[in-house]
Design a protein around this ligand. Structure first.
Ligand code: DP6
Length: 359
């Protein structure tokens, strides 16, 4: 494993008494899934994701030098309104990153965050939320240590985000991100995500239409799901499969092989859910409408030869991935045949994006 010590500042920094910054970070959708981890989001297998564009979290942080009191204070707002229920999660995150960002001790934090996608859409917001917060903290670090290079700032941002939520390591850059060590990609690391630019052009503009089958809270959180991979009877085979899929998918992406993409990405999604179906206790996150959509997508592909592909994250919603040049025909099919399976007929139209933005 590459060294964590590289992320601890070693020089004296500038004194900054007050600083406010705003960052927006995207969500991402994994093509090869991260499912199963060791302590603090060290993944059991490497993963690859598309960075999204429209599904984002925007976070402003006001850092003010701590004054009279013993401990730095923390206030979190969601869209301008007090959100004390978010504070324990943010506190845990700050505690985890403190060894790498010790200067945080000196600041009171006021955080205001908002998602571009509906709060209750069943879309995971932890990846974009943790990446946006990490980006704001790294902007403060840049003010304190101006010699920090842009490259190191991005790398450490992903490193910090990972300590909040594993998949957040992949929400810093785009269009595709690798996370987790693999001999085929010597630059990839378990500690942070790295941008991957070798995909054929067709994959750099892919669309993702997210069908909101269930907008509620997930019945079983990802954290519980990851834990159920400990002592899972198929865990070792699953990790070996994911490692093989990772290498195969990179070749598929480089070659612009859209049929290979469909085949592998769908098997990955179903393999993820197979782990849930066979864990102890077992659970099912797919809904009847999830299966209806999957069947319709496969029939559509058979009859049209177009490259409509589904993937799933740890929930009932379906991500529909397809090339931009097929968007018109596929868009019509989504409207006429698939939208009806969404709760309140709601979907989100997204596409592959480029990562963090300072606003
Ligand atoms: C199914 O990153 O949400 O979306 O590290 O516990 O925060 P924690 O889990 P999380 O897990 C994501 C799981 C997944 C697959 C993926 O994004 O790779």
């Amino acid at each position: 494993m590459k060294d964590k010590a590289q992320f601890v500042p070693k020089i004296e920094g500038n004194e900054i008494s007050s600083f406010k910054t705003t960052w927006s970070a995207p969500s991402n959708i994994a093509l090869v899934k991260y499912w199963g981890k060791k302590e603090l989001q060290i993944p059991c297998n490497p993963s690859v994701s598309f960075t999204l564009d429209q599904c984002r979290t925007t976070t402003s942080v006001q850092f003010k030098s701590r004054t009279a009191h013993d401990h730095a204070s923390l206030v979190v707002q969601y869209d301008g309104k007090p959100a004390p229920s978010f504070e324990p999660k943010v506190k845990t995150f700050i505690d985890r990153i403190r060894p790498y960002s010790p200067y945080l001790e000196d600041y009171d934090l006021q955080i205001d965050t908002v998602n571009s996608f509906p709060h209750s859409s069943g879309i995971a917001s932890s990846a974009s939320a943790m990446a946006a917060l990490a980006a704001a903290i790294m902007d403060l670090e840049k003010q304190i240590y101006p010699s920090l290079t842009a490259e190191d700032q991005i790398k450490k941002c992903s490193f910090l985000a990972r300590l909040g939520s594993g998949s957040a390591a992949r929400s810093v850059e785009g269009p595709l991100v690798l996370w987790g060590e693999h001999t085929a990609t010597p630059d990839s690391s378990d500690l942070f995500g790295v941008r991957w630019t070798k995909a054929a052009d067709v994959f750099q503009t892919y669309r993702d239409t997210i069908l909101l089958v269930d907008k509620g809270q997930k019945e079983v959180s990802s954290t519980v799901g990851h834990n159920l991979m400990h002592n899972h009877p198929f865990a070792e085979n699953r990790f070996a499969q994911a490692k093989a899929h990772y290498q195969d998918l990179l070749a598929i992406l480089e070659n612009g092989d859209m049929n290979g993409f469909t085949d592998l990405v769908e098997r990955e999604a179903l393999s993820l859910h197979a782990m849930m179906l066979t864990s102890s206790p077992s659970y099912i996150l797919m809904h009847p409408n999830t299966i209806q959509i999957i069947q319709k997508v496969r029939n559509f592909r058979k009859t049209t030869g177009l490259h409509l592909t589904f993937t799933l994250d740890a929930g009932a919603n379906v991500h529909l991935l397809y090339p931009e040049h097929e968007a018109e025909q596929i868009g019509q099919f989504i409207e006429s045949d698939l939208r009806q399976y969404c709760q309140d007929n709601e979907l989100i139209s997204d596409r592959v994006g480029t990562g963090l933005k300072k606003t």
